[in-house]
Design a protein. Sequence first.
Length: 256
Amino acid sequence: MALTNNLDISLQREAVVSADAAVLQARGQFDPTVSAGYTQAEDNRTLEAESSVAAGGLEAVRTESQSARLSAGGQIPLSTRYNARVENTASADTFNDFNEEHVSRASVTLTQPLLEGRGHEVTTTGLRVASRNLHVSWLNFRIQVETVVQDVEFAYWDLIRARRDLEVRQKSVEAAETLLDHVRAKVAVGTAAEEELVQSESGLAQRKIARIAAQRSLELRDRMLKDLIVRDLAAATARLEPIDNAVLEPTIPPYD
């Protein structure tokens, strides 16, 4: 419950997710990029009189063309950039009776920096920094989880001790009230002095003050534990009820 609702853990978990995304983004600089394209065009052009005569009496010329291209490029960790491109163009017009003519081209380009930006250490700097930040985020997340678990455990047993202390203070008040009744009875029959009655009343008042302090301590311990395991304190109005008892069993060392 604490691991799910604790705000500090949630924030640290988001930091891990953000750091992991930064690593993916840094690795993305080495991802190849692929692009493709296709173009189709058609042109109809009316010839002027002189051009028509020169073209053998044609009144219009129609041209059709199609072009397809595919390219891929990227960068490797050695800082070398590469690009490969393939293109094919087909064209036909009225003059060649629409017999397609194909022109194909292919090219490969390699670019290697010689000075600035050269080498594996330069190109992978962002990736190494992001990876280290991710490792640090995981360590911080683990530390935060361990800290919260430890704090919850301490707060839980502090709450149990506060409950036991309140029970003891309540029994102490009840014992003091019983004693006060006995003293009053004795004073009424003349077997006890008034000073004993004053002492009993004072003892009862002190025990009630101690019970109030124990009650406040219990409320404080209850709120401290809720701060660790409950996301919305305004909705957590019910008091926590521990299921364990802080009972210490005495251990007897072996006798030789």
